[in-house]
Design a protein around this ligand. Structure first.
Ligand SMILES: [Zn+2]
Length: 134
């Protein structure tokens, strides 16, 4: 059943996600910015989660972020890595992976910088640690 209101639901949809990953594949980290309320959001949606505006633009955030929470993932092959909720300097909170760091040294509040890793299953936005406190 459809209500005709899907475009207003503000949910992430394949077209927006595809746009995000297309940019990553080109080495560009871009997320939606709402021109109406001048706030950023993530995941990409058809309308702004803050004000419902559809007047969105893709913009490049600074790449600066801090760790909000962290957990260590243990894979069956013994590999370990940190998966974190990170707060972008622009506001959005997103889940990501910390690379080039011992997971035991990853701490809440550490300062991060975004990087794009090219993996077999596609581009991945990740973060490296650049400092211990914001
Ligand atoms: Zn807005």
């Amino acid at each position: 059943m459809t209500t005709g209101d899907e475009s207003k639901a503000g949910l992430s949809v394949p077209a927006q996600e595809a746009r995000y990953f297309e940019s990553l594949a080109k080495g560009v980290f871009e997320i939606p910015f709402c021109v109406n309320c001048e706030r950023w959001h993530f995941f990409p949606r058809t309308c702004c989660p803050h004000c419902d505006s559809e007047h969105l633009e893709w913009r490049r955030p600074s790449g600066d972020a801090t760790i909000y929470s962290t957990t260590t993932v243990h894979k069956p092959n013994g590999e370990r890595y940190a998966v974190c909720l990170v707060d972008l300097a622009e506001g959005p909170r997103m889940m990501s992976t910390i690379v080039q760091a011992d997971p035991d040294r990853v701490r809440i509040g550490q300062v991060l910088r975004s990087t794009i890793e090219v993996r077999d299953d596609g581009p991945l936005l990740a973060f490296t640690i650049v400092g211990d406190q914001a």
